[in-house]
Ligand binder design. Structure first.
Ligand code: 5GP
Length: 135
């Protein structure tokens, strides 16, 4: 059965899209640690564990994540973009990109932000505008 993230990449479940190419998809985390918290996934490979990915998917995913992180940093004021790979909840490889102003911004145990749909949409659009500039 397809994972929830495959359904998101196919547009079968809605998401706030940040960036996309033929093989990879980036969208806002629905329970963000901070504004701009983004997830990056391979579209066609569901493997649950990033270190199981074939070399080309693995390298392509990180290369895409770097472009998305560059766009994210341009769109959302932050000192740097933090990276995490957890996979404790959704069994489809994904990279978390989190705009950081302090170490505490990356604490996955803290209470998540509750954003309005229009806030998610505005953030996704602003990141996408930066992504388009660098691609
Ligand atoms: P992890 O598997 O890395 O431990 O956590 C999965 C992440 O995916 C969580 O941060 C969670 O908020 C996010 N997430 C889970 N389901 C959905 C969903 O349906 N849509 C979006 N945009 N994010 C999701």
């Amino acid at each position: 059965m397809a994972t929830i993230f495959t359904k998101i990449a196919k547009g079968e479940i809605p998401s706030y899209k940040v960036a996309e190419n033929d093989d990879f998809y980036a969208f806002l985390d629905i329970n963000p640690l901070v504004q701009g918290h983004t997830l990056v996934i391979p579209k066609n490979v569901e493997d649950d564990y990033i270190f199981n990915l074939d070399g080309s998917t693995y390298e392509g995913l990180w290369d895409f994540a770097r472009k998305v992180a560059t766009a994210l940093k341009a769109a959302v004021p932050c000192k740097r973009v933090g990276v995490a790979v957890l996979g404790m909840e959704v069994p489809h490889t994904h990279i978390h990109l989190v705009p950081l102003n302090s170490e505490a911004d990356m604490d996955f145990r803290k209470e998540k932000l509750a954003l309005k749909p229009e806030e998610f949409a505005a953030i996704a659009e602003s990141i996408n505008k930066e992504y388009v500039k660098i691609c």
